[in-house]
Design a protein around this ligand. Sequence first.
Ligand code: PEP
Length: 252
Amino acid sequence: MRRTVIAGNWKMNMTPAQTKAFIAELAPMVAGMDKCDIVLCVPYVDIATAVEAAKGTNIKIGAENVHFAESGAYTGEISAKMLCEIGTEYVVIGHSERRQYFGETDATVNLRTKAALAAGLKVILCLGEVKDERLNGITDEVVAMQTKLDLLGVSAEEMKNVIIAYEPVWAIGTGLTATPDQADETCGVIRRTLAELYGIELAESTTIQYGGSMNDGNAAELLAKVNVDGGLIGGASLKTDKFTAIIKAANS
Ligand code: PEP
């Protein structure tokens, strides 16, 4: 009843020329793998090229962030309207690297989420605990609070366009992965929080991904868990063979 979504997050990698070549190589490899949605979230300057290259394929294109204002004096920022006009369908919001290096808070993540949804973008909302929070046994409280704060003022109708990516910060880009049970349990906490906020039916129909060093070796086990509805994938989304293997695991 809920859709599995495998999304790549390229971070600050790939030029437009590399983007074109990557999608040309990936498209035939994943053709017909339609049991999951396939998304590539790419740097702003690659989006137009990616949208063009993905035309007629089952690959959808997203951005890695968006500003919350419609326009104005925000040097260096990009609005939701700008993204929509060039064919962007998805946007990653609240990635831990944005929170860690660029001062994102739950308040700005919430503003960005509402602006993106109002413009018609599908949001991949990232949240997750840092290592100390897991070690101190407060992961559940942390992710429940982030879920509530990041979604403040988001309506049940808008939630149809929200995917949540549970990303334990200690597992991102580190080669450390949450165990399938840890991923399942914490995605379950997020689902229960959604049920509190919006009711059980909406919670059961919301896609909750796991992200954090998911790769071709561990994807099948993680995706087999009942509360894990896909993956947000950094490093392994930069190689067509590894990314395809994860998509294959989601299709088996
Ligand atoms: C990410 O960028 O969201 C991510 C999970 O990265 P990696 O797969 O490299 O850990």
